[in-house]
Design a protein around this ligand. Structure first.
Ligand code: ARG
Length: 620
């Protein structure tokens, strides 16, 4: 099936002209360099190919442009190119014919909005969410969940096989500390396992960490400076107590590793309490992260000794200062990757090596995408390099899977520092969502007092969630951004509510048309598209960017490319709707054509918002 994307079509036509004009002299990396025209009076798209070609061939760029123009076959796509379409040193401008535009839009409508099945579907694993046991989801988990989910949806939309993996932090000494504390509480009757909630667990976790933290420095200081018998006694007691708690936590870890039933039962309960709340928030966020995506660190526990033995026996890892490390200097990373501590314990990185092996060799991943905080960049550079060295990323054809850290920046408060509550705590994600929804509800009450209360509540939930997700996804992924309720909830501007409103408007036009017995009919009965007015053409050209945009989101792992596109589309639609009467169009043919444009715009908006996991509303 032919592509619906003018950029793709022009790329092919120009490539043919380039081969035709220069044959064997054509450099292998010669690119047609198609982009929207910078001089709309000369065309819709331009090719910048002539300049680099001229350089490579040692010739005059304008002449090259003329030769290309002469060989260019634009039949069925655009008007022929003449001297007057060549600008400056050799930019070749191309204007699509209105017939071709109408045909491409027909194709967009008929062929899944222009999204072509991939020649070979890939298996894509997306590591997302990644919450930790006994801790509530905080603002930092918003991005890991929302960005990861959007990337998973994008790849699935393009026809790839997607596996979501929630790499729960559910194993290791800190988890053993809280497990031990809970067991202790159960034994002495202060904790009821069935009534335990995540907020309790978080408190117990903090207390357990403090209790295990021996103040050795304090004790040293007391001894060194002779601070007296009372201080000495106090610190000795603290250190002894902490050491005992730590010893118990270590014993609990051993019990977990040995599958001691009572310990495992308590640990399971802690995991379930955490997961239940986490998944409830994911549902509320309309992020597709569910029980079946859970693949926590604990699921690798049994594999780690084998991984480490394998790496050591093959000489991939070696002992250094009692620890086992993979040296990465040969691949340009100065810091070695630590995979076993000198006390024999395994690390976060050891688990990630096992994770890469499972994802590539068991799940069959061609690409593994990690939606994780940018502050873990060094960790992932090391883990990816270590895994490749170990051969764990090797696919059946012998090549390595692509391992991609889709790193995201930090959410900042108005003071440009990491977003915290006034008391300096992490902001709980559920509080954040509650506030967005409450503010959306207030705005709706003001704007549309006529809506029934139940509808207001439903809308507020959708608009609040859409606002938060859109603000997050539309920020350049790798950068930090400042969290601002007023900005993200505004009905105007580059916001979620603005897009929802654009869609509501389209749905309302289509409803009105239907009341008058007008439908943008499908198939053979549908009216011909007539792209006459400038605003119609701009809207058409924007619509045709959709499939290319989805592909570029998948390639770059940057959802903001799609939010930018949707914002452009809503903008092009607003101008079209202002300038081109639809239901009041001059002729029935024009009205029918414009209704189809409305319907197609609605479909693309819906599809795009769906790919981002952003909820929509019918009326607002
Ligand atoms: N639990 C980790 C954290 O809170 C995130 C997990 C990311 N995924 C991974 N495969 N390391 O930092």
């Amino acid at each position: 099936m032919a592509s619906q994307d003018p950029v793709q079509i022009l790329r092919e036509r120009f490539a043919a002209a380039m081969r035709d004009a220069f044959g064997d002299a054509l450099p292998a990396d010669a690119d047609p360099l198609i982009s929207p025209s910078r001089q709309p009076e000369l065309g819709d798209y331009q090719s910048n190919a002539a300049m680099p070609l001229a350089k490579a061939l040692g010739r005059n760029p304008r002449q090259i442009a003329q030769e290309l123009a002469a060989r260019l076959d634009l039949s069925g796509v655009a008007e022929p190119v003449s001297e007057k379409n060549i600008a400056g040193p050799g930019f070749i401008n191309v204007r699509l014919s209105t017939d071709a535009l109408a045909r491409l839009l027909d194709g967009l409508e008929d062929h899944d909005l222009g999204v072509e099945r991939p020649a070979r579907a890939q298996t894509v694993v997306v590591d997302l969410c990644g919450v930790n046991l006994a801790k509530q989801m905080h603002v930092g988990h918003l991005r890991a969940t929302v960005i990861g989910d959007a990337l998973a949806r994008t790849n699935a939309r393009l026809g790839h096989t997607v596996h979501r993996q929630n790499h729960l932090g559910d194993w290791g000494l800190p988890i053993a500390m809280v497990t031990d504390a809970v067991m202790d509480g159960v034994r002495n009757g202060t904790i009821d396992l069935n009534a335990l909630r995540l907020s309790d667990l978080e408190r117990i976790y903090r207390a357990a960490q403090r209790a295990c933290d021996a103040d050795e420095k304090g004790l040293d200081a007391v001894k060194r400076y002779g601070l007296g018998p009372k201080a000495l006694a106090e610190l000795e007691e603290q250190v002894a107590g902490a050491n005992e708690r730590m010893a118990r936590a270590k014993a609990t870890l051993l019990n977990l590793q040995r599958h001691e039933p009572e310990t495992v039962a308590v640990w399971r309960r802690i995991a379930q309490i955490t997961l239940d709340e986490c998944l409830a928030i994911c549902r509320r966020l309309q992020a597709n992260v569910a029980e079946e995506h859970t693949a926590g660190e604990s699921t690798y526990a049994e594999e780690l000794a084998g991984v480490v033995a394998d790496l050591e026996s093959r000489g991939v890892a070696s002992v250094s200062d009692g620890a086992l490390v993979i040296d990465l200097k040969d691949v340009g990373i100065a810091e070695p990757l630590l995979i076993r501590k000198s006390d024999g314990g395994f690390l976060y990185a050891t688990t990630d090596l096992a994770g890469i092996r499972r994802r590539v060799q068991k799940l069959g991943a061609d690409r593994v995408i990690y939606a994780v905080d940018a502050r873990q960049s060094l960790h992932f550079r090391q883990a990816f390099a270590g895994a490749k060295k170990a051969g764990y990323a090797r696919r059946p054809d012998g090549s390595d899977a692509a391992l991609i850290h889709a790193a995201f920046g930090t959410i900042l408060g108005e003071d440009n520092r990491p977003f915290k509550t006034r008391s300096g705590d992490n902001v709980k994600l559920s509080d954040l969502l509650d506030e967005a929804v409450a503010r959306a509800e207030a705005a709706i009450a003001e704007r549309s007092p006529e809506l029934p209360a139940e509808q207001r509540r439903i809308n507020a939930e959708a608009i609040g969630i859409a606002a938060i997700k859109y603000a997050d996804l539309s920020s350049d992924r790798a950068k930090d951004y400042v969290f601002n309720f007023d900005r993200m909830l505004a009905f105007e501007g580059d916001t979620g509510p603005y897009l929802l409103y654009a869609l509501v408007r389209i749905r309302s036009i289509l409803r009105k048309a239907a009341e008058q017995g007008l439908t943008p009919a499908d198939g053979a009965a549908r009216a011909a598209l007539r792209i006459g007015a400038k605003e119609e053409k701009d809207l058409a050209l924007t619509l045709l960017r959709y499939p290319g945009t989805l592909q570029s989101v998948a390639d770059s792992c940057e959802p903001h490319r799609l939010t930018n596109f949707l914002h452009d589309l809503a903008g092009a639609f607003a101008v079209f709707f202002r300038e081109c009467p639809v239901l009041q169009a001059e002729t029935p043919e024009m009205r029918a054509s414009r209704l189809r444009l409305c319907a197609l715009t609605g479909r693309v908006l819906e599809d795009g918002l769906g790919v981002l996991g952003i909820p929509t509303v019918d009326r607002m």
